[in-house]
Design a protein around this ligand. Structure first.
Ligand code: AMP
Ligand code: GLY
Length: 430
């Protein structure tokens, strides 16, 4: 059967999804708020529309006779795009709004873990009253993470003892005008991501990835959507054991069991602490950048996953190439606080050499591609080791140059990876 697949979203993650479907013989249609030039080149048609408007998405899906849809970002999930596509008879690989609350409502997420006895949940309290939250900060014995309950693009969390003092934390709570926040135990350790492909009560997981949220080298500066990420040629990362990975997978399995018929990607973000993996959060979609580590090494046809999900079957056993990956984002100078748009992007998919190039928020004009105020593009190296993959990514960044751009050169370099290993050794008293 000829599949017409509608891809929703226009970032680097969705460019990676488009690439994963490029050779599977589908007709790919894409819609997003921004025209992603990489996706547009792969797709049969690209429509610019508001992806949080379910009617607009369904209209376009019907126009192109979509037989399947893949939803990349969280905002359309929260807006109920999967629900409305299903009402229109189009299977969407992505959870319904109710199930996406595992990401879109952090207070719900924590209560859900607690009620279902899902392991790896830190101590937490939820607050509607911001003065009561400030009192809790004063009384709590230890540092807390302050988390707005709703979506903030990964930029709303403030960790006391790391980014802010208790006084600054309280000021943030009072001044930010959030309706509801979660205060939870500050977890200490190394972060990693495990993404699961979920459908019909079954799941398959991808190798672990480590993202880098901080804007500047050495993990300094404000939180971002993610500046880059790496994975190893094995399922675990150099600072963790296979048992740590398996423990994270069992937390994801317990979560999928407790969710009623979840479908799509379930992304677990973990902190590897001295007591093993704890959950920082769940997302209801691929990570961005993590999708760019995972999909290039997925050897199973992604279309097979989508059709099995739609047809009520188990997720097929997934094969991943035994290769390490390093992904580095180039972002506009000043990102995320004062980004300056308008720099011309000097690298393209051909001049990136051995690296893969994924476009994110860029603006394609007659004379070239320009940055906007969000992450611009990412380069990904694939090789037998993290070190070699990093060198491949760096050679593409060299072609891009630094005019108007910022990137973290430290991601995936031996020094930074070794620091992660040393950190976990220290926590484990080794
Ligand atoms: P999130 O938006 O939940 O992914 O949080 C953004 C970042 O805040 C995470 O990547 C962590 O670095 C940090 N964070 C979130 N929750 C905690 C926690 N309980 N303890 C320590 N750091 C945290
Ligand atoms: N890389 C973090 C995220 O996608 O939320």
């Amino acid at each position: 059967m000829q599949e017409n697949v509608l891809l929703i979203g226009g970032g680097g993650r969705e460019h990676a999804i488009a690439r994963a479907l490029e050779d599977s013989g589908v007709d790919l249609y894409a819609c997003a708020g921004n025209r992603n030039p990489g996706i547009a080149r792969i797709a049969t048609d690209f429509e610019t529309l508001e992806t949080t408007d379910p009617d607009a998405v369904v209209d376009y899906a019907e126009d192109v006779d979509a037989t399947l849809a893949v939803i990349g970002p969280e905002a359309p999930l929260e807006a109920g795009v999967a629900d409305e596509l299903e009402d229109a008879g189009i299977y969407a690989f992505g959870p319904k709004a109710e199930d996406a609350r595992i990401e879109t409502d952090k207070a719900f997420q924590r209560r859900f873990m607690e009620e279902n006895d899902i392991p790896g949940c830190p101590d937490f309290e939820t607050f509607d009253d911001m003065e009561a939250a400030c009192e809790f900060v004063d009384e709590y014995d230890g540092d807390l993470a302050i988390k707005p309950a709703g979506l903030t693009g990964g930029k709303g969390v403030k960790v006391i003892g790391d980014q802010v003092t208790p006084e600054e934390g309280k000021e943030y709570i009072r001044e930010s005008d959030y309706d509801r926040i979660v205060l939870e135990e500050r977890l200490i350790g190394e972060e990693f991501t495990v993404q699961a492909f979920v459908a019909n009560g079954t799941l398959e997981t991808a190798p672990a990835v480590q993202d880098h949220k901080r804007a500047y080298e050495g993990d300094e500066g404000p939180n971002t959507g993610g500046m880059g990420s790496y994975s190893d040629a094995t399922t675990a990362l150099p600072f963790m054991t296979e048992d740590d990975y398996d423990e994270a997978v069992s937390i994801i399995e317990a979560t999928v069991d407790a969710l009623d018929d979840y479908r799509g990607i379930l992304y677990g973000q973990f902190m590897l602490t001295s007591e093993g993996p704890k959950v920082i959060e769940f997302n209801a979609r691929f990570g961005d950048p993590e999708a760019m580590n995972t999909l290039p090494v997925l050897e199973t046809d992604f279309l097979e996953v989508l059709t099995a999900a739609r047809d009520g079957e188990s997720v097929p056993e997934l094969e991943f190439a035994d290769q390490a990956t390093v992904c580095k984002y180039a972002v506009p100078e000043g990102y995320p606080t004062d980004p300056e748009a308008g720099a011309k992007v000097q690298v393209d998919e051909e001049s990136a050499g051995d690296a893969l190039l994924y476009y994110a928020s860029v603006d394609e004009r007659d004379d070239g591609i320009y940055t906007t105020t969000s992450r611009s593009f990412a380069v990904v190296g694939l090789a037998d080791s993290i070190t070699e993959a990093e060198e491949i990514a760096e050679s593409a960044l060299e072609v891009a140059g630094e005019e108007g751009l910022h990137m973290r050169h430290d991601i995936g370099k031996p020094d930074l990876v070794q620091q992660r290993i040393d950190h976990v050794d220290e926590l484990r008293g080794e």
